[in-house]
Design a protein around this ligand. Structure first.
Ligand SMILES: Cc1ncc(C[n+]2csc(CCOP(=O)(O)OP(=O)(O)O)c2C)c(N)n1
Length: 609
């Protein structure tokens, strides 16, 4: 099936297409895991887009793009859909290298309207004969990020033709937070307001400009802060809300919007999880899932060792109980980052600020200035959004904000948009910033204790899932810039591990028949200069293990120190990630493809000594 014959199908036939799509999504996601409820809810929207627009020509832009599975199925990827999110298989997000029908890579939210504006400028500049119209799908949750309003600000002024489908399911991953979501779901978006507006428009049509003025003031006077009013005041047409599962009204409205030749927001109300009873009404649970049994809805994955996120929650709960200055924020990921319990227990001190990483960083900085101790809890990949704020608002002011970075390292099936590999490189360069990492449960509690007391900006990182389990000696108390030598062995080889890299170093050592010294670096900034200088007199072959980008990472930091201290005669090999984006798939398979499994690393060590 492809989008070409969608155009020829009747409404009845399109309904069958929707139900086939849902069936295929459920079959494959229950097998592979993936984003389920968002994509089920967007099925009719996507089918209607393909009926009215042409993805070979019009830029189809999906915000985050986790809801784009139906688009993948309709654009020649039905046969490969079984490989969704698997290593070497289809990506869970849009990806132009996978299909020309995917306009852009996406995975981080709220970029879509900027992309639409950029595409529209290019279309105008190229003076194309056959008009192409960007068509965008953006969820209500993604409407909270600042980028959206930067784009709307320009769009409302320049009025480039484009259709923005606002997919309003009244959910982000969790319940959406803030005024925007209140406006979108305001009662005035309902039929009463629509009727009122229609009457007003007829009145205005009949009586001209001054009536328009009076009607507008009347509308405002009633303080009808509605989505329509908000967007129209910005200079963008608004249609809606319409039923986002009704193919007829969707296609009719999209045809109308496409023909308007200006920016139009089509506000569609949808149900997250539509078509899978078990998921409907349990939106957060079914947003992103691991493989599950379709009949019962139970997860097929057995729970393994305690996750790093769980340890983070326990440690922070403990600290927050004893110190009422401890506060925290997450950006629309309360469950993912383990902050839900704190938000329930201490609703006045822990906040979900919605998808607004920049705002999370800056607002936590102000709390730090006021004497509080903020834990800004984000996935490593999403702190990228708040980089300037970390420099400008936290570090320049030298404020004691803790950046707790979850999902550091390879994240598995989400792939290249979500890999948590850059944080060390981009944070290490910022003055006043201190960087450290735990390697297991005990060291995590110690690292958190250190963070809670530390009076400057700092960041700690931890992996998705659980730490590599080892029987290495117990962690000692965290002290600024102090490493811990775990094994000392007379011989040329020194393994230096950082965070989860300590476990990897240990696993690798088990495949060698020579003894090695193992150092838990703990702090990549500041480095333990004394320890490293001492070890340079004992070992000449150093190997660095850390789940981070090689460029600017842990190995780089150590090489800089060796150069500064004029220490020669050390051969340093870093087993961090090469200068490439890392693909999606089962983490083990991805690591194998990069030569990073312990057995492979041991072979590389053998070849180098
Ligand atoms: C910058 C950024 N922060 C956080 C996320 C994590 N995230 C992925 S989807 C999502 C919710 C999006 O909600 P919405 O746009 O309403 O889409 P829905 O899933 O409800 O259809 C979040 C928070 C992200 N992708 N990008």
């Amino acid at each position: 099936m492809n989008n070409r014959n969608i155009k020829e199908k009747s409404m009845k036939e399109l309904e069958v297409v929707c139900s086939d799509i849902r069936e295929e999504i459920l079959r494959v996601v229950s097998q592979n895991g993936g984003h389920l409820s968002s994509t089920l809810g967007a099925t009719e929207l996507i089918v209607a887009m393909h009926k009215v627009f042409d993805s070979k020509k019009d830029p189809f832009i999906f915000d985050v793009s986790h809801q784009s599975y139906a688009h993948k199925l309709l654009t020649g990827r039905w046969k490969e859909f079984d490989t969704l999110r698997q290593f070497n298989g289809l990506c869970g997000y849009t990806k132009p290298s996978e299909s020309e029908d995917d306009y852009f890579v996406a995975g981080h939210s709220s970029t879509s309207i900027s992309l639409g504006v950029g595409a529209a400028k290019a279309i105008a500049l190229k003076g194309e004969q056959e008009m192409r119209v960007p068509v965008i799908v953006i969820g209500d949750g993604s409407m909270t990020a600042g980028m959206v309003y930067e784009a709307l600000n320009e769009l409302g002024d320049r009025k480039y033709p484009m259709v923005i489908i606002l997919n309003d399911n009244e959910m982000s991953i969790a319940k959406p937070i803030g005024a925007i979501s209140r406006i979108l779901s305001s009662a005035m978006a309902g039929p009463f307001y629509q009727k009122f507006k229609k009457h007003t428009e007829n009145f205005v049509d009949n009586f001209g400009e001054s009536a328009h003025y009076i009607a507008k003031r009347f509308e405002e006077g009633l303080k009808l802060i509605t989505p329509g009013l908000m967007f129209e005041e910005m200079g963008i047409e608004y249609i809606g809300p319409i039923d986002g599962h009704n193919l007829k009204s969707l296609t009719d409205t999209l045809v109308l919007a496409k023909g308007m030749g200006k920016p139009v927001i089509v506000h569609c109300q949808t149900i997250k999880g539509k078509g899978y009873d078990i998921a409907e009404g349990q939106e957060e649970k079914w947003h992103g899932v691991s493989p599950f049994d379709r009949e019962s809805g139970t997860s097929a994955k057995k729970s393994s060792a305690k996750s790093a996120t769980q340890i983070y929650t326990e440690a922070l709960m403990h600290l927050a109980k004893n110190n009422d200055k401890i506060v925290g924020a997450t950006a629309a990921m309360p469950t993912g980052t383990g902050l839900s319990d704190l938000m329930t227990e201490y609703p006045n001190r822990f906040w979900d600020v919605a998808i607004a990483e920049q705002h999370a960083v800056t607002s936590m900085s102000a709390l730090a200035k006021e004497g509080f101790k903020p834990f800004c809890t984000l996935y490593s990949t999403f702190l990228q959004r708040g980089y300037d704020q970390v420099i400008h608002d936290t570090c320049l002011m030298d404020l004691p904000v803790v950046f707790a970075l979850d999902r550091a390292g390879i994240v598995g099936e989400d792939g290249e948009t979500h890999q948590g590999v850059f944080d060390i490189s981009f944070l290490r360069a910022i003055p006043n910033m201190t960087l450290f990492a735990p390697r297991d449960e005990k060291s995590f509690h110690q690292a958190m204790g250190f963070a809670a007391e530390y009076q400057h900006p700092c960041s700690l990182r931890y992996p998705r899932g659980s730490f590599i389990q080892t029987d290495l000696p117990e962690a000692q108390t965290f002290e600024l810039g102090k490493s811990q030598l775990l094994y000392s062995h007379k011989g040329e080889i020194l393994f230096i591990g950082y965070g989860n890299g300590v476990g990897r170093a240990y696993e690798t050592s088990k495949f060698l028949d020579v003894g090695v010294s193992i150092l838990d670096l703990r702090f990549v900034k500041p480095l333990d200069k004394e320890m490293l200088k001492d070890l340079s007199t004992k070992h000449s072959k150093w190997f660095v293990f850390s789940d981070s980008a090689k460029m600017g990472g842990v190995g780089s930091a150590i090489l800089e120190l060796l150069a500064e201290e004029k220490i020669t005669g050390i051969e340093l090999t870093s087993f961090e990630y090469a200068d490439d984006f890392i693909t999606h798939g089962n983490t083990k398979l991805v690591e194998e493809s990069l030569g990073l499994l312990p057995q492979q690393l041991a072979n590389r060590v053998k070849s180098l000594v």
